[in-house]
Write a protein that binds this ligand. Structure first.
Ligand SMILES: Nc1ncnc2c1ncn2[C@@H]1O[C@H](COP(=O)(O)OP(=O)(O)OP(=O)(O)O)[C@@H](O)[C@H]1O
Length: 887
C-alpha cells in the first residue's frame, strides 16, 4: 500500500501561481492580511563519496519538480527456479515504504544552488519587496547539505548570496521610485546561547520579546551594506566565527544554528510610503544520531543540544500544523527565534535537505515527514507598510494623542503635587496636633500632680476635722460626766483625761491651721495651673478643633480623679464613723441595765420619788426607742454644714475646717469675749430644751478656748463675769460685792493682771447682785452671742458706794480648765476637773457653804437645786448624743 502525503495547498490554491496571486500590492497604504502556507522545498543532495563508496541504496526517487518517492520499490530482476519465475527472491528483506511526497518544489541531486534559489527565495523576494516579512530556513540531518544550500562555496554560492544579489538587483530596479536602507545581522545559537557572529564575543546575547516587533536580540550588531560583495565578505568573516567541527558524518559540521537577517526600509518617493521588512535566513544545525556522527564529549553535548532544539522545532511545527492554540516556542532559543517565521507575520520557505543514501534512511524519512507537516502550517501574514500620507495623518494623530497624554500626565502631576501639598498640609496639621497634645499632656501631668496633692491635703483636712469633731463630742461628754457626776471616783477618772484632751485640742488647732495654710498654698498653685490648662485647651481647640474629644477626655480624667478621691475619703470617714457608732452602741447597751440597777436599788431603799420614777421610765422608754433603727432618706440638704464640708472636695473653692462649735473664723474668736448662755433658773426640763446651736452661743459644759489660751467650761449655776478690765477693776468688783465671790481672790492670784482678756469667776454673783438695786438700762436690746461683742448687754451696777459703774455681766459660770501653774496652792485652785473649788473646798460643799455664807433663801437656791437636777439628767448618756445629733 502506498501512502501519499498530499499538500492540501495544492487542491485549495491550485499551485504556486495561485499563491502568488494572493499577494496584492497595496497602494492605499493600509496593511493587508493574507493567508498562506509555509513553502516547503526539498533538496536532495548528490551522494557523497562515502555513500558512494559503500554503495548504499538510493532511497529518494525524485519523480518531478514537486514529487518524490521515499524508499521506492527496487527494480528486481526476475528470478527463475527450474524455469519457473519466483515471486520473492529475498524473503527476509524489509518491504520498501515507497512513500510519495508532494512539496512545493523538489530539487533533485543535480539541482544547483541557483535552481534552489529560483524555486525558493526568488519568489519570496517579490513578496519582500512588496512589504512582507520573509523567512527561509534549511532543515535536515547533519551532512544533508544545509550549509551548502545556504552559504555554498566560492564557485557555487548559496541562496543567501544569491538572494542578496537578487535583492540588490531588485532594489536597483526600484531605485527610481523607492529609497532603500538595508542593514544585516548575523548570529548563531550554540548550545542554547546566542552569539553575535559579526562582533564575536564570549558573552551571549539575550532575547527580548515585544508584542509589536516580535522576538529581538538585545545588543545585536547591525551592519549597513550597500553591495552584494560587501555582503559576501561579511558572510565569510561571519562564517569563520561560526562554530564548526568535523564529525564522522560531516567534515565541516556546523554545530550551531546560524541566523542571518536583513532589515530593509523602503520609502516610496512619490507616496512617502514606508515599508520596513525583514528577511531571515536560517541555517540550522543538523539533527544527528550519535552512532552516525561518532561524537563524544563536547561534540556529543553539542549534538544533544542541537537535537533538543530541533525537537522543539518539530513540536512547534506539529502544533502549528494541527492548528493548536498553544505552540511551545519558548522551549528553546531556536524556536523563539523562528517564532515569527513559523507562525507569525512572515512568508516562510522551508528547505528540507536530505541525503539520497540509505545510510541516512531514518534522518531522511524524519526530515520528509517534518517537511510535509510544515507544509500544512497556515500563516497569516500582512504587509508592513507605513503610508507617507498616512504617516503624516498618523503623526498628527500621534501628536494629538501625545498631547492628550501629556495633558493627562500634567493633570496627574498636578494632582500628585496637589496631593503632595495636601499631604504636606496634613503633615503640618498632624505635627501641630501632636504638639498641642504633647503640651496639654505636659500641663495635665503638672495639674494632675497638684490636684492629687490638693485632694490628699483636703482629704486629710476632712479626716482631721471628723476626728476632732468626734473627739470633742466625746470630750464634752466626759466633761459633762465629770461635772455632773456625784461620784468622786468618776469625776477623778474624767478629770484625769482633761489635760490630754486639752493638748489634743491644741494639737488639732495647730494641725488645722497648718493644713489650711498648706491647702491654701496648694490651691494657689493648682488654681494657676488650672487656669493655664484652660487657656491651653482653648487655644488648642481654636487651632485644632479635632482635639475636642482629647480635651474632653483630659477633663474627664480630672473629674474621675476627684471622684475617686472623694470615694476614698468617704470610705475613710465611714470607717471612722462606724467605729464611733460601734463604741456608742456598746455604751448604749450597757447604760440602761446599769440605770435599772440603780433605780431598783433606790427603790429598794424607798428613795425613788415619783418624779424620779417618772424620769426613769421616760429614759427607759427613750432607750428602747433609740435602739430601734430608723432609716432616714433625707438628702444632703438636711445635713449640717460640717457634714457637707466633710463629704465634699471642692477644688474650686477650698474651705477651712469649720469649727462645729465655733463657726466664726479664728480671728474673730480671738478678738472676742465670751457670752455664756445659761439655762436660766429652771433646769428641770433641760432635756426638752433646744440645744444651743452655733452663732457663737455656748452650750453649758462646752469647753471654750480663750484668746489667752485658757480654756473654760461654762456652768449654768452661777454668773461669770467676763471683763476686759484690769485686775484692779476686778478686785474692785470683788471688794464691792464683798465675800460673796471669794474665789475671785484665789483665781485672780493666778492670772496675769496685765492680761485684759483674762476671765475670772464670780461665784454666786447672781445672788450677790440681787442684794443691790440694779438699774438696768434697757436702751439696747440684749443680744446674746459671741459674734458681736458690742451688743453684749451692759448693766450699770450701783455698788455699795452708791456709785453706778458699768458692769458687763455674763450669765453663767466660767471655770478655768487649766490648773494653776506654780505657785499654785497645793490644795488646788478650783479649776475644772478638780473636786475642789477655788478655795479648796469640794464643789458641792462649796455651794452649800456659799449658801450658808450668803444666807440664800430656799427660793433663791432653786438654782442650786436645778443644778443638781440637771446633773442627774445630764449624766444620762442619751442627753449628749441627742443634743449633738440635732446640730
Ligand atoms: N548539492 C550538493 N552538491 C555538491 N556537494 C554537496 C551538495 N550538498 C552538500 N554537499 C557537500 O556535502 C558536504 C556536507 O554538506 P553541508 O556541510 O552543507 O551539510 P550540512 O547539512 O550543513 O551539515 P551540518 O548540519 O553538519 O553542518 C559538504 O562537503 C558539501 O560540499
Amino acid at each position: 500500500m502506498v501512502k501519499v502525503e498530499r499538500n492540501p495547498r495544492l487542491g485549495a490554491l491550485g499551485g504556486p501561481k495561485a499563491r502568488g496571486q494572493s499577494s496584492v500590492p497595496s497602494r492605499s497604504g493600509s496593511t493587508q492580511n493574507m493567508a498562506a502556507n509555509i513553502k516547503v522545498v526539498v533538496r536532495v543532495r548528490p551522494p557523497n563519496p562515502k555513500e558512494m563508496e559503500l554503495n548504499s541504496r538510493v532511497v529518494i526517487d525524485v519523480v518531478d519538480d514537486r514529487m518524490l518517492v521515499f524508499d521506492p520499490k527496487e527494480e528486481q530482476l526476475p528470478f527463475y527456479h527450474q524455469g519457473v519465475q519466483q515471486p520473492n527472491r529475498n524473503f527476509l528483506k524489509r518491504p520498501n515504504k515507497e512513500l510519495k511526497f508532494v512539496f512545493d518544489n523538489v530539487c533533485g541531486v543535480n539541482s544547483s544552488n541557483q535552481d534552489v534559489f529560483e524555486t525558493t527565495t526568488k519568489d519570496i523576494l517579490a513578496s519582500l519587496m512588496d512589504g512582507y516579512n520573509c523567512s527561509v530556513f534549511v532543515y535536515g540531518a547533519t551532512g544533508a547539505g544545509k550549509t551548502f544550500t545556504m552559504i555554498g562555496t566560492q564557485e557555487n554560492p548559496g541562496i543567501t548570496y544569491l538572494t542578496m544579489e537578487h535583492l540588490f538587483y531588485s532594489m536597483n530596479s526600484f531605485e527610481k521610485e523607492r529609497e532603500f536602507d538595508i542593514s544585516v545581522s548575523y548570529i548563531e545559537v550554540y548550545n542554547e546561547n546566542v552569539f553575535d557572529l559579526l562582533k564575536p564575543s564570549k558573552t551571549p546575547l539575550q532575547l527580548r520579546e515585544d508584542n509589536k516587533y516580535g522576538v529581538m536580540v538585545a545588543g545585536i550588531t547591525l551592519k549597513s551594506i550597500k553591495t552584494s560583495e560587501e555582503l559576501l565578505s561579511m558572510l565569510e568573516s561571519g562564517n569563520k566565527n561560526r562554530t564548526q567541527h568535523p564529525t564522522d558524518a560531516n567534515a565541516e559540521s556546523s554545530r550551531s544554528h546560524a541566523v542571518f537577517q536583513v532589515y530593509i526600509t523602503m520609502r516610496y518617493r512619490i507616496s512617502s510610503q514606508v515599508r520596513m521588512v525583514k528577511l531571515s535566513m536560517i541555517d540550522l544545525a543538523g539533527s544527528e544520531r550519535a552512532s552516525a556522527t561518532g561524537c563524544v564529549g563536547q561534540r556529543f553535548k553539542e549534538g544533544a543540544n542541537i537535537n533538543r532544539s530541533l525537537l522543539s522545532l518539530g513540536n512547534c511545527i506539529n502544533k502549528l500544523a494541527d492548528g493548536g492554540s498553544y505552540v511551545p516556542y519558548r522551549d528553546s532559543k531556536l524556536t523563539r527565534l523562528l517564532k515569527d517565521s513559523l507562525g507569525g507575520n512572515c512568508k516562510t520557505v522551508m528547505i528540507a535537505n536530505v541525503s539520497p543514501s540509505s545510510l541516512s534512511y531514518e534522518d531522511t524519512y524524519n526530515t520528509l515527514k517534518y517537511a510535509a507537516r510544515a507544509n500544512k502550517i497556515q500563516l497569516s501574514i500582512k504587509k508592513n507598510i507605513v503610508d507617507g500620507d498616512v504617516r503624516h495623518s498618523q503623526y498628527v494623530k500621534l501628536n494629538e494623542e501625545l498631547k492628550k497624554k501629556v495633558k493627562e500626565l500634567e493633570a496627574k502631576l498636578s494632582l500628585s503635587s496637589l496631593k503632595t501639598v495636601a499631604r504636606e498640609a496634613d503633615l503640618v496639621k498632624e505635627k501641630a496636633t501632636k504638639d498641642w497634645r504633647r503640651r496639654i499632656l505636659d500641663e495635665e501631668r503638672s495639674l494632675s500632680a497638684l490636684e492629687s496633692q490638693l485632694l490628699s491635703l483636703m482629704s486629710c483636712q476632712r479626716v482631721l476635722s471628723l476626728r476632732h469633731r468626734l473627739r470633742t463630742r466625746a470630750f464634752s461628754h466626759v466633761v459633762d460626766l465629770a461635772h455632773r457626776s456625784s461620784s468622786d471616783g468618776m469625776e477623778q477618772v474624767c478629770t484625769e483625761d482633761i489635760p490630754r484632751q486639752e493638748r489634743a485640742a491644741e494639737s488639732y488647732m495647730k494641725q488645722s491651721v497648718q493644713l489650711d495654710t498648706k491647702i491654701l498654698a496648694a490651691w494657689g498653685h493648682y488654681s494657676d495651673c488650672r487656669k493655664k490648662m484652660d487657656i491651653l485647651c482653648t487655644q488648642a481647640l481654636a487651632n485644632c478643633p479635632e482635639l475636642d474629644d482629647f480635651v474632653k477626655l483630659i477633663k474627664l480624667q480630672s473629674q474621675m480623679r476627684q471622684t475617686e478621691a472623694k470615694d476614698k475619703l468617704n470610705k475613710k470617714l465611714l470607717v471612722i464613723e462606724n467605729d464611733e457608732i460601734n463604741a456608742f452602741a456598746d455604751y448604749m447597751c450597757e447604760m440602761p441595765s446599769m440605770l435599772k440597777k440603780l433605780y431598783l436599788t433606790l427603790k429598794g431603799y424607798d428613795k425613788a420619788t415619783p418624779a424620779l420614777t417618772s424620769e426613769y421610765l421616760d429614759i427607759m422608754r427613750k432607750a428602747k426607742s433609740a435602739k430601734a433603727i430608723s432609716w432616714s432618706d433625707d438628702d444632703s440638704e438636711s445635713c449640717d454644714a460640717h457634714f457637707k464640708f466633710l463629704t465634699t472636695l471642692d477644688l474650686d473653692k477650698p474651705s477651712s475646717i469649720p469649727d462645729f462649735n465655733l463657726t466664726r473664723n479664728k480671728e474673730e474668736i480671738i478678738n472676742s469675749t465670751i457670752d455664756i448662755v445659761t439655762d436660766s433658773d429652771d433646769l428641770t426640763d433641760i432635756e426638752n430644751r433646744e440645744p444651743v446651736v452655733d452663732c457663737g452661743m455656748k452650750r453649758k459644759g462646752t469647753p471654750i478656748k480663750l484668746a489667752n489660751n485658757e480654756t473654760i467650761i461654762i456652768d449654768d449655776s452661777f454668773e461669770a463675769l467676763d471683763t476686759t478690765r484690769t485686775m484692779s477693776s476686778a478686785k474692785k468688783i470683788k471688794k464691792d460685792i464683798g465675800d460673796i465671790a471669794p474665789d475671785v481672790e484665789n483665781y485672780a492670784s493666778v492670772i496675769d493682771p496685765k492680761d485684759l482678756n483674762s476671765t475670772f469667776v464670780l461665784a454666786g454673783k447672781m445672788e450677790a447682785l440681787k442684794k443691790f438695786p440694779i438699774k438696768s438700762e434697757p436702751i439696747q436690746p440684749v443680744k446674746k452671742g459671741l459674734s458681736d461683742r458690742t451688743n453684749t448687754m451692759q448693766r450699770t451696777v450701783t455698788f455699795g458706794d452708791n456709785k453706778a459703774r458699768p458692769v458687763k455681766p455674763v450669765i453663767g459660770k466660767a471655770v478655768a480648765f487649766r490648773r494653776p501653774a506654780a505657785p499654785a496652792p497645793a490644795q488646788g485652785s478650783g479649776g475644772f476637773g478638780s473636786t475642789l473649788s477655788r478655795d479648796g473646798t469640794p464643789l458641792q460643799r462649796n455651794v452649800q457653804e456659799m449658801r450658808s455664807k450668803t444666807n440664800v433663801t430656799e427660793k433663791q437656791s432653786v438654782g442650786f437645786k436645778a443644778v443638781r437636777a440637771r446633773e442627774r439628767v445630764q449624766t444620762h448618756p442619751y442627753s449628749r448624743p441627742n443634743a449633738f445629733s440635732r446640730r
